[in-house]
Design a protein around this ligand. Structure first.
Ligand code: HEM
Length: 275
């Protein structure tokens, strides 16, 4: 046998290399997301958690649109539950997607998954209650965007749970990633804002103080839909038997990781660090 042809056979094919690059790009994207979500949890716990324990609730109203309203017991409970669950879900979510955690600790994965799905549904219901009973900054358009986000979270969480119970793990993985993306919608909203401000050198054209500008309207829906569209493109590239498509997707994901990093940095500086 010709030794040269044997070496050639052992070399990874172009498609395998492209798949490998796509994997590396998603790992980088995930790492940046984990750092960003960690900073968000730190903000939630340090800002809302610490003033909850010291009883300084007035502190909340300095940053929230409605915050705690005297006499609105159910609304205030919904807000407290919402904020507590926000910390839980942002912390639990990324753990579900770490392959070592999933394979080495399957029982933890199952229980963390149940907590995650239940939390996703409860936080969305509490959010919907606040939106419809109190209103939100940005008015009806933002309320529609929030309602879309909450509806997708509940729908995808149920589908992720049902496919896990049916032991259809290919479908389960896809619905779980979709759930994670829409649950991260509020986080993407802040990242989107941060990135926009970075791109525009410190300004936010198209955004108004009452969040009624064209950029605000775009973000009201994009924070749920844009990550989902990108995910479907990724699924398409992954299953497509075409190296060029895979290389293009990998390059796009590397660029996206950079943009996400900038967005995380800006969101941390503007929204999370000051608190
Ligand atoms: C599922 C993931 C979610 C997380 C992690 C989350 C997290 C948070 C956090 C941390 C805040 C406080 C504002 C801040 O410090 O940034 C907040 C406020 C709020 N959230 Fe959510 N949220 C989620 C989903 C939703 C959904 C689906 C809705 C609506 C349907 C919603 C409605 C609201 C409202 C109305 C407020 C403002 C309360 C006020 O200004 O008085 N959230 N959320």
């Amino acid at each position: 046998m010709n030794p040269t042809s044997q070496t050639t056979n052992l070399r990874p094919t172009n498609a395998a290399k492209a798949n490998q690059l796509m994997k590396k790009a998603t790992q980088l994207l995930f790492m940046v997301a984990v750092i960003g979500q960690f900073l968000f949890v730190v903000h939630i716990v340090s800002f809302y958690g610490s003033s909850f324990f010291t009883g300084d609730y007035e502190h909340w109203n300095k940053v929230l649109y409605n915050g705690l309203i005297a006499g609105d017991i159910i609304g205030n409970i919904a807000l407290m539950v919402h904020l507590f669950l926000a910390a839980v879900i942002t912390f639990c979510g990324p753990l579900q997607f770490i392959p070592k955690v999933r394979t080495k600790y399957p029982t933890f994965h199952s229980w963390n998954g149940r907590v995650y799905i239940l939390t996703a549904i409860l936080i969305s219901l509490a959010g919907l209650y606040m939106v419809f009973s109190r209103g939100v900054i940005g008015g009806q358009i933002m309320a529609m965007g929030n309602t879309l986000n909450a509806s997708l979270i509940i729908l995808f969480a149920v589908l992720a749970w049902k496919t896990a119970v049916a032991r259809n793990f290919t479908a389960h993985k896809r619905w779980a990633i979709r759930t994670f993306l829409v649950v991260s919608g509020v986080w993407f909203f802040r990242i989107g804002f941060g990135l926009w401000i970075a791109i525009n050198g410190g300004a936010a054209p198209g955004s108004t103080e009452d969040l009624g500008g064209p950029f605000d309207v775009f973000l009201a829906f994009a924070h749920s839909l844009l990550p989902l569209i990108i995910l479907e493109l990724y699924f398409y590239a992954k299953q497509k038997d075409n190296s060029t498509v895979k290389y293009a997707m990998a390059s796009f994901l590397f660029v996206l990781s950079g943009l996400l990093g900038v967005g995380v940095f800006m969101a941390a500086m503007i929204f999370w660090m000051p608190s």
